[in-house]
Design a protein around this ligand. Structure first.
Ligand code: PEP
Length: 248
């Protein structure tokens, strides 16, 4: 079965609730598509108003992070059941900014991935190498470890439903995009890791996105590659350009 393309915007720490509603309204006519799943991954405080604002459209809402416990004394955290109750469908886990600034490692992310599935959320698990790792020639090894440890003891059935985002750190927010061949090489390698860990059916079902300075002008070439099923978009998700990316 063909994989449905998925384009997700990662709003990061941008947009107050009132700005968020304005942006949703501006993007509404631009992101309509039957063939692409469109997700807005928004700051926690924007979730409730954005879920309301996208009602009746093809857009669904994602979170940018969550904690792995259901509830309790974890000041400042948000749980998977809270997200589900608010109408969230997806959750970004392991974005390189969370790994870099908040010390999130593969073992922690594995707990979050399992909790997301348990609660009924679809994780978008991010992976990606630094420029130094690319230059040292260890990109595929490094990313394989991120995938194997992040998905430790996660069932094939769940992996088949999830999304993996390949985001080379050197391309995030820098204006430097991986070439479509570089992106395809790694996305194919990720699919092959899933094939070895699980089976062909799971590898052919999991959706793999590319992220890193995706724009209206480069999206079609990148998304045209056989192992790339869409994109995770940062900066361009906050502008009308996002509509071009969805419809490229
Ligand atoms: C991101 O942060 O997930 C991202 C891909 O950012 P940008 O598109 O701005 O490079």
């Amino acid at each position: 079965m063909a994989r449905k393309r998925i384009v997700a915007g990662n709003w990061k720490m941008n947009m107050t609730p009132s700005e968020a509603i304005k942006l949703v309204e501006e993007l509404k006519p631009l992101v309509q598509s039957d063939s692409v799943e469109v997700v807005y991954c928004v700051p926690a405080i924007d979730i409730v108003p954005v879920v309301e604002a996208v009602k009746g459209t093809n857009v669904v809402v994602g979170a940018e992070n969550m904690y792995f416990e259901d509830k309790g004394a974890f000041t400042g955290e948000i749980s998977a059941p809270m997200l589900v109750d608010a109408g969230v469908k997806y959750v970004i886990l392991g974005h390189s900014e969370r790994r870099q600034y908040f010390g999130e490692d593969n073992a922690l992310l594995n707990k979050k991935v399992k909790k997301a599935f348990e609660a009924g959320l679809t994780p978008i698990l991010c992976c990606g190498e630094t420029l130094e790792q690319r230059e040292m020639g260890v990109t595929i090894d490094f990313i394989s470890t991120q995938i194997k440890e992040g998905l430790y003891e996660v069932s094939a059935e769940n992996v088949a439903k999830m999304v993996i985002a390949y985001e080379p750190i050197w391309a995030i927010g820098t204006g430097k995009t991986a070439t479509s061949d570089q992106a395809e090489e790694v996305c194919k390698a990720i699919r092959d890791v899933i094939r070895v860990m699980y089976n062909d059916a799971t590898a052919e079902s999991v959706r793999i996105q590319y992220g890193g300075s995706v724009k209206g002008e480069n999206a079609a070439e990148i998304f045209g590659k056989p192992d790339i099923d869409g994109g995770l978009v940062g900066g361009a998700a906050l502008k009308a350009d996002f509509g071009k990316i969805v419809n490229c």
